[in-house]
Write a protein of this length. Sequence first.
Length: 375
Amino acid sequence: MPKKILFAISDTGGGHRSAALALTEAIRQAAGEDVNCTMVDFLKATQLPGIRNAPAIYNYASSRKVWLYDFFFRLTNDSRRMDRITNLLFPLAASRFEAEIRTVNPDLVVVVHPLLVRAICAARKKGGFRWPVITVVTDLVSFHASWAYAESDLCLAPTEEAARILAQYGVPPEKIIYTGFPVHPKFSTSHSQQQARQALGINPDAFTVLITGGGVGSGKMYDIVKTLEKVCPDKQLLVITGNNKELYQTLSAGRQPGSLTHVYGFVNNMETMMAASDIVVTKAGPGTIMEVLAMRRPLVITQAVGVQETGNIDFVVNHKLGFSCSDPAGIAQIVNRMTQPDAAWAVNSENLHKIPADGAGKIAGLIRERLASLT
Ligand code: UDP
């Protein structure tokens, strides 16, 4: 009988689902048919007003009302407060959690969303289940206190900084393992830029800039696109608007065939998009940052959308892994500078090599070890 893994996620942004998909693929590559993976959006599954709409609320707040998002982040960013919130809210959703869990009947649960760590552990206790809980942290440095919970059996850190912070929050050291970030194996250096451009049907020769804003399509993408079109008209722009339909429509309107700007909605071939590009401009989303680094593309971080992303900028800048520039004119300058014959990309390649390239594989290995120890 194949073993069953349940990923507890929520589609607040694109990063949590991407991490679960990355791990599902890494586990499939390692274990084939011996392990089945299932994903459940447990915030939606609560069916509680407000909480079940978390993906839509995150979408709205992170693209229009970041201050509101930051307010709730700060209000709840405390371990004891999170214990109290869980004690208050979990009973209202306990039966729905249990129904979802019994449907999958997992051997092991992997939590890739901070707001679900306590709730999944509470569901385990209440249902008398015995499966291990593994938390995979998907924020690089400045993260919400709710990621850290001593009742989770293992807490996997994407960076050395994250491992230290988990310990400061009180997770026992023996439960913390620095694995690296779960990047999908499809993000690698094996892609050919020419083939990627051919697959996308875009200009094969133009210097190409990929502009993205996470699953939500947030950040100042409109201003950046308009400035680059004006200041660097010979550059090809691949603009990924994600789930931001309004931005997609605004940027697509009136485009002439043959334009060097290509506008996409939510794409499922981000690796091809990155392979086709010469430089990636993105908000400080941890998933996108780590994917770009895995693809060895130059990186410009435009802004942190939400408090939890602020540390990601420091991470990139302090480790000399890319640029940080929020001003569209400054971004245009960086892009133009990159095309000069003597352009040197300001990346410390030694630091780049220190970033574990196979975080997903390492986590998949730990999960399999845990599964094997259950038999
Ligand atoms: N992504 C995608 N298609 C899109 C936009 C984004 O697959 O059209 C993926 C992207 O590759 C990354 C994730 O969504 O894996 C975004 O995660 P990140 O942590 O960068 O930001 P979030 O969306 O969670 O705020």
